[in-house]
Ligand binder design. Sequence first.
Ligand code: F6P
Length: 373
Amino acid sequence: MSKRIGVLTAGGDSPGLNAAIRGLGKAAIERHGMEVVGFRDGIRGLAEDRSFAITPDFLSGILTVGGTILGTGRDKVHRMTMDGQTVDAIPIISEVVERNQLDCVVLLGGGGTAKNALRLADAGLPVMHLPKTIDRDVAHTDNTFGFSTALEIATDAIDRLHSTAHSHHRVILAEIMGHKAGWLALGAGIAGGADVVLIPEIPYSVDSIVETIQARQAQGKHFSVIAVAEGANDVAAAQAIAAAESLRKAAGTPQEKAAAKQHLARVLDDHREHTFRLARSLEAATGLESRVTILGYVQRGGTPCAEDRLLGSRIGTAAAELIADGVTGVMVASKGDGAAPVPLDEVAGNLALVPADHPWIRTARDVGVGLGD
Ligand code: F6P
């Protein structure tokens, strides 16, 4: 009997998702003789059985399309709002998987989706995770589809900000996505020739950034471009967030947990708009007008670049082959030019942050980029 697989996309959308859906679907149907069922709108669509048959026609013409043709959402399998109630949707999802007679549900998503996939696997469901995110913060994979396109977009933005910063003798801060990881800001900062790059992994001091800007002024360069990761923090904020996070981890009783969660939310809230505060501090200290550009969702939108189309296609087709071989309960990681299965419990909850000794850090320092430390 031919295998039946389900597929959904979850978490933030990411360029290359459609290439991966297409790679998985084409290989599953045409090479391995499987039937493929799509679920619309992520985990919610799985729980509410928003399923439909995926045909080769449906997969035609989607390779170059941005976003996800399946729709997405950020629901959690174990805590989902359904009919106004917060419920554990895992038993409901089990019934949907059984009803659709699925041999595997393939979840395309980032770190949150890896956690959802592990919860489903722990409940005995056959699942597979394909790593996508512009943040490149999924553990045990060389890359995630979406990152390369976002890197191009952020680099292009930094390029463009240079000419206007130069013309007006301004400091321009470009806030770049990446969640708690600095890959996107660091990569785009190096590729775009930013003068300072601030990433979450290296807490910054305003004085250090001011020194870099003033050293440039002393060389007659009366402008600077700063790539700021959305998760970057100054030293004090980094300490406050780390302390609130440890409190939350240590909390035992439900009351302690609720209080610690609220406290962390307050600390994070205080940190919102930090890029604007930094711009004001830099303007006061350097006398140069300072402006902020938040790149935001443009980094996730539009046509995937060639690299992401290739990566999505590679990982999608590799997933179909693994399922044909009877493998489930894994993430399909990109390793060099190939793909390899990694057990979900090694991936879920493990963020891939920029290590202090990463070659990109060394490169940035060697080309004179200030890292704010
Ligand atoms: O994970 C991708 C990402 O774009 C992060 O860089 C960003 O922090 C987050 O999603 C934004 O989430 P949302 O789409 O829920 O606003």
